[in-house]
Write a protein that binds this ligand. Sequence first.
Ligand SMILES: Cc1ncc(COP(=O)(O)O)c(C=O)c1O
Length: 484
Amino acid sequence: MSGDALQSATGAGRPTEGRTEQDQTPYLDAIVEYAERRPGRFHVPGHKGGHGADPAAIDALGQAAFDRDVPAGIEGIDVGADSPFQQAQRLAAKAWGARRSWFLINGASQGNHGTCLALRHAGKRVVVQRNAHSSTIDGIILAGLEPSFVAPELDAELGVAHCLTPESLAEALDRSPDAVAALTVSPTYFGAVADVTGLAEVCHDRNLPLVVDEAWGSHLRFSPLLPASALECDADLVLSSVHKLLVDRCVTLTESTSPSALLTASLDAARRHAAVHGTELLAETLAGVERARAEVQRIGGLEVLDERLVGRPGVHGWDPLRLSIDVRATGSTGTRLASLMRELDDINLELVSENVVVAALGMGENAARSAGRFAAAMRRAVEVLGAEPQLPKRPFTPPPPWGSLEAPPREAFFGPQEVVPFDEAVGRVAAESLAAYPPGIPNVLPGERLTQETVDYIHEVVEHGGWVRGAVDRSLRTIRVVSE
Ligand SMILES: Cc1ncc(COP(=O)(O)O)c(C=O)c1O
């Protein structure tokens, strides 16, 4: 089970301080205690501790999960003065060094939605990293924000996007003097970590908050062996000038009114585990990562991407829990390699692109043991690849500039629309998004005018085995555009 947390800026020390406090799980304890006292459950959920549940679901999930599945309105759990729910969020804030933390039962997506809604109270214009997660774009639509986009650094050699540099953020903010915040992403899917201190400085010099989507970096806080987390580098994440009740309301606006206690308890427990044992567990995992890297490196045709990339534009640090592997020298593609690993050994990867595949390792994972299985499967797949004809490869060309923003994304998304053949859409204003992979930077977002260059580029990527995300018609024969 998982959820996420939205943190607001900071000050507190490293999580090892106050360790006894971090050893507690008030929310988890409260739902266990409630179930154990066999209360009269005259409330939802209707399965009543499992009595009304399908036996196969109990078999799969365990009786305990049903016993502890309680609604959010129970006195002494979520409700009451200084409730276990409030205590658990406070402990999370302290663990991550934040002033305030919100448990997000609808995931990091809810954090991005809530953040955009909160920012809208400060103004309309925001500067946004072009390849922000789709939930940020959804947040922009929900909130009616007007984005000015800024491109992340493109690694033309690997065909992947890294992070935003402070220089390009500064230029973008200078071009948008009415901006009320900057929204960025770090780390990337591939493991690149941004110069968050530099980005924060650029924002703070202009009295603006920096929001960092650190959906992939919650572990960074817990090991001195890892790059510093965004909050340690002065990111704000939420508008410091917005009253906290407002952020509360924006977070709850996008959340179920009956959030799952099981998800909340899992966040409470995950926080304890990371705060109390994270440093030691991550040290073990990192030792295993070294072994995994060494084994993969010995396989001909593969190159592990690691800290040696630091210093390339947009790469300030590297997250080693992302085992990113450059497969170009195999003569094949990451997509083909990944499908062989799945077919031959049931190994499933986190992310696959034309040139790079990414395996995600987790805190506490016995990475040394997983490394053996992973490397063996990779070796086998590479051997099979060697016997196959080499795939024709298209040299990577950076995407053309995106079209002009003719209408705010919200207007394009909600306004009158029509469906037209993709090839006849040049000159029309898009009502949906298109992002060609690689490298996955959106080529078109709602409200932008489609250009001939963009349509040609998307065709070319698809003809060479790439794919496009975002369109309702996945075959890309048609696209939704604004009726004009
Ligand atoms: C950078 C980033 N932000 C936000 C999200 C959304 O997270 P969730 O799926 O937990 O809502 C993701 C998901 O992959 C992500 O990669």
